[in-house]
Design a protein around this ligand. Sequence first.
Ligand SMILES: Cc1cc2nc3c(=O)[nH]c(=O)nc-3n(C[C@H](O)[C@H](O)[C@H](O)COP(=O)(O)OP(=O)(O)OC[C@H]3O[C@@H](n4cnc5c(N)ncnc54)[C@H](O)[C@@H]3O)c2cc1C
Length: 544
Amino acid sequence: MDKPYLQHRYLLSFDSRDIGHIFTDVLVIGAGAAGLRAALAAAGNAQVLVLTKGQTTQSNTYDAQGGIAAAMAESDSIESHIADTIACAAGMGDESVIRRVVSEAPDAIAEMIEWSLPVDIEGGKIALGREGAHSADRVVHAHGDATGKYLAETLIARAKDHENIKIFENCFVVDLLTDDGDGAVVGALTFHSRYGLQMLWAKQTILAAGGAGMLWRETSNPPCSTADAVAIAFRAGAELAEMEMMQFHPTTLYIAGATRALISEAVRGEGAYLIDREGYRFMGDYHEAGELAPRDVVSRAIAAHTAKTGSTHVFLDVRHIGAERFKRRFPQIYQLCTDFDIDIEADLIPVRPAAHYMIGGVKADVEGRTSLPGLWACGEAACTGLHGANRLASNSLLETLVAGKAAGIEASAAASQTNAKLTARRITSVNPHSDRTELDLADIRNSLRSIMWRNAGIVRSGARLTETKEIIGFWGSYVMDKEFFDPAGWEVQNMLTASMLVVECAFRRAETRGVHHRKDFPETDPAWARRQILRRTEQQLVVT
Ligand SMILES: Cc1cc2nc3c(=O)[nH]c(=O)nc-3n(C[C@H](O)[C@H](O)[C@H](O)COP(=O)(O)OP(=O)(O)OC[C@H]3O[C@@H](n4cnc5c(N)ncnc54)[C@H](O)[C@@H]3O)c2cc1C
């Protein structure tokens, strides 16, 4: 890995004596479902501070549609949900993690209902949707396709009501603070739009800062998903895992110039067809499960089919589902289509794949423990082994609830064992001044996203990944040597760092597995049924 990405421990030069201090027992970075669930679990016996770089309504959680997976039907079983998750993980799932998360799913749902999540009911029972690669109907949803919004609002309201929880919005975490001695995480350096830089000292820190979709030009993720979690954890020396594993969702609305809004997999679960511009229903040519094949298969099939037919996109055909049923089941998608003048009873919905879910992240066990003392990670920021090399639909919201709760309990227990009163320490960072040319940050951000989409996207090759490493290395030599004084600059630095790690790991994994497809190594290699763990030492990238 190129030196620019390794040379600075902190993005900024600072002296803790010049900055204001705040103290808390447990610091939670991120106010999506993982962060809020962790905060609520920790607040039973600790003072908790939750940070979000935007508003609490800006997160992947808020935008989630399909629902939360849980084996709750009489005809379903926990074992079947476990088996589906293991099968989807393509030889890399951690069975003990899968067992724990899936087994706790029904209780997690019951808890959310108790906390007033308005799940949909049909015939007096919880309505359960079907999604790709699930062998049973087991996706719990709220207000049709607005599950994320209602889940987020349930958790936000409860956290705001809790006397031990404070939430700071518009508070950007620039870096984790670490102890010079044992490398333990002792809090975070933050920037608040009104208060500027602050030192937030914590007995324990939970990183729940979400995913990385913005690294790719086409993404279903909201703008906050700039991979800050992995970049700041990497700079602090934490181990990361599976950074090559980005899941691409097959169907986002494709209208030139519009953001790529997701068209949930549940739409295919309700019977939608994928057709090309000739009206041909092509999925049968690529997989026996047709439209309900695993996501990676459908995404690759669309990529292959559009290449073969020379089109930019394909279509979802929902005309036979009927407007009433569609509107009831997918009110948000219905509204989205209406906004773009798509009459779902007469028109086809243009779609194409987009980066959707970051499987890789900060290596953590199912209770959030990372390789660094004092640091916990959960949700999309973490990589626990639940998803292996491919994520089963609707298992991620489930993970935020189960692993978020566990991380909160464990982190607050660890905080309560630290009897010493928190005090400010002296931490200084001095980065050498750089006189090198300044590149246009917006240009770099756009160019990075384009090259990641083209060369580190759905189908990859060693030659293109090598080229991409060189290009990102070059950009880094002009961007990572600078200091910026607002989140826009730090986000680009984080995006470059995380992209470099994705490309490095994608290059090293010389096989095809799960969401990672190498056209120069199209077969799965049993020797590669292992995790790629990476971390930064003084001036080196260590990959094992
Ligand atoms: C459109 C869409 C639909 C989806 N549908 C489903 C679904 O139906 N079922 C399912 O299981 N999964 C779904 N997913 C995935 C799922 O929503 C996410 O994996 C999950 O919500 C992640 O939750 P989280 O709490 O880990 O992160 P997020 O919800 O993304 O929250 C991250 C938080 O971290 C904060 N943050 C980030 N960087 C910083 C920083 N530097 N400083 C301070 N704060 C920071 C953000 O502001 C935000 O508050 C969907 C995702 C998308 C994008």
